[in-house]
Design a protein around this ligand. Structure first.
Ligand SMILES: [Cu+2]
Length: 117
């Protein structure tokens, strides 16, 4: 009877461990493959503020009919060219910190990236 209980609880423990490590792996793969997406739509960056990890990719995609740009305040990261409809621009998040950016065609369009370690 004792042996039976012990075997049962060991099997239960193994099951918990494997499901935890599987979900951790899936999370890592998700970050590397997708990164963060920012949609440009109706003359706004959406989401307007994002938080990413250093090393993560950030991609903007323009879903307006107007060209837009992504320009860092203080030139802290590479600026985009004018993005046409459905065109994308990707950077890799660098050192931790807060990065403000705007569209040089429409300077009232602004966004913020917070990079964490
Ligand atoms: Cu714009």
């Amino acid at each position: 009877m004792t042996t039976l209980i012990r075997r049962f609880s060991l099997a239960g423990l193994a099951c918990v461990i494997s499901s935890v490590s599987l979900s951790a792996l899936a999370g890592d793969a998700g970050n590397k493959n997708l990164g963060a997406k920012i949609e440009i739509k109706d003359f706004a960056f959406n989401p307007q503020k994002i938080t990413v990890k250093s090393g993560e990719k950030i991609t903007w995609i323009n879903h307006d009919e107007e060209p837009h740009t992504v320009v860092s305040v203080g030139k802290k990261f590479q600026k985009s060219s004018a993005l046409d409809t459905d065109q994308e621009f990707t950077i890799t998040a660098g050192a931790p910190g807060t990065y403000e950016y705007f569209c040089s065609v429409h300077p009232k369009m602004t966004g913020t990236i917070v990079v964490e370690k």
